[in-house]
Design a protein around this ligand. Structure first.
Ligand code: SF4
Length: 263
């Protein structure tokens, strides 16, 4: 019975080893398939649909999405156990939205904790809080995106309003979770000092939140849209300059939060 959770199946589309982002130390990032949002800037458009799909990569068809057990993923994750123990690293679940597969995600985090790894998720938390609660006992760090405080603009650029996300941010913070707020900084969406300051002020009132990450928009995923035969709407948008990011960082720091550029 104790081992049953290792047999739980989930759908992923990638496993990335040796990452130094998305949590402390050296980490393995497991990318889960399926997302509730459709952010215009998304650099992993192949993550959005829960269904497996074909994407052209360098002219070849590649199947994106495979069903795996917790045990299978864990075996791959544990190949780098040596690096985790030396660096304080571990496992991060990303996506897509890992909270859309709560049983699988909770079981994977539990298995990682059982083996002494540091655990993190990267999430927008746009699910019922009861689903989030399933993961919290096995989680060391919640990296949560807050993209905009204006719900209309949020909906225009992601397809969903932000009310539920903001409510969940408060509930997660109230549960004593180590929570870091992250903001993808996207020109024409949220790159003004006023918009970033508003998000930072919201983050500041979340109990226990001390840190904010500003993640500059980049175009690294744009070829994937072509590979999926989809239109990339932001093709005329330039990434923010280093100077612009510095100004936004200083603006967010006025709230008293520790702010870093990049994750
Ligand atoms: S929440 Fe993340 S994975 Fe989902 S569409 Fe937005 S950027 Fe992509």
């Amino acid at each position: 019975m104790q081992q049953d959770y290792l047999k739980i199946k989930g759908r992923i589309f990638d496993i990335q080893r040796y990452s130094i982002h998305d949590g402390p130390g050296i980490r393995t990032i497991v990318f889960l398939k399926g997302c509730a949002l459709r952010c215009k800037w998304c650099c992993n458009p192949e993550s959005q649909s829960f269904e497996a799909e074909t994407m052209k990569v360098k002219g070849q068809d590649k199947l994106i999405g495979r069903d795996v057990t917790v045990e299978e993923v864990l075996e791959e994750v544990m190949r780098d156990a040596h690096y985790y123990s030396r660096s304080g690293g571990g496992l991060t679940l990303s996506g897509g939205e890992c909270l859309l597969q709560p049983e699988f995600s909770a079981a994977l985090l539990r298995a990682a904790k059982d083996r002494g790894l540091h655990t993190a998720i990267e999430s927008t938390a746009i699910v019922e809080f009861e689903e989030i609660e399933k993961l919290l006992p096995y989680l060391d760090l919640f990296l949560m995106d807050i993209k905009h405080l204006d719900t209309e603009k949020h909906k225009e650029f992601t397809t969903q309003p932000n009310k539920h996300i903001l409510e969940n941010a408060m509930r997660i913070a109230m549960s004593d979770q180590h929570l870091i707020i992250r903001v993808p900084v996207v020109p024409t969406f949220n790159d003004t000092a006023k918009e970033i300051r508003a998000i930072a002020e919201y983050a500041k009132v979340l109990p226990g939140v001390e840190e904010l990450h500003l993640l500059p928009y980049h175009r690294l995923g744009s070829d994937k849209y072509e590979g999926l035969d989809r239109n990339y709407e932001l093709k005329n948008i330039e990434p923010p300059t280093n100077e612009r990011m510095q100004i936004l960082k200083e603006e967010a720091e006025k709230t008293g939060l520790r702010v870093q550029i990049g994750g």
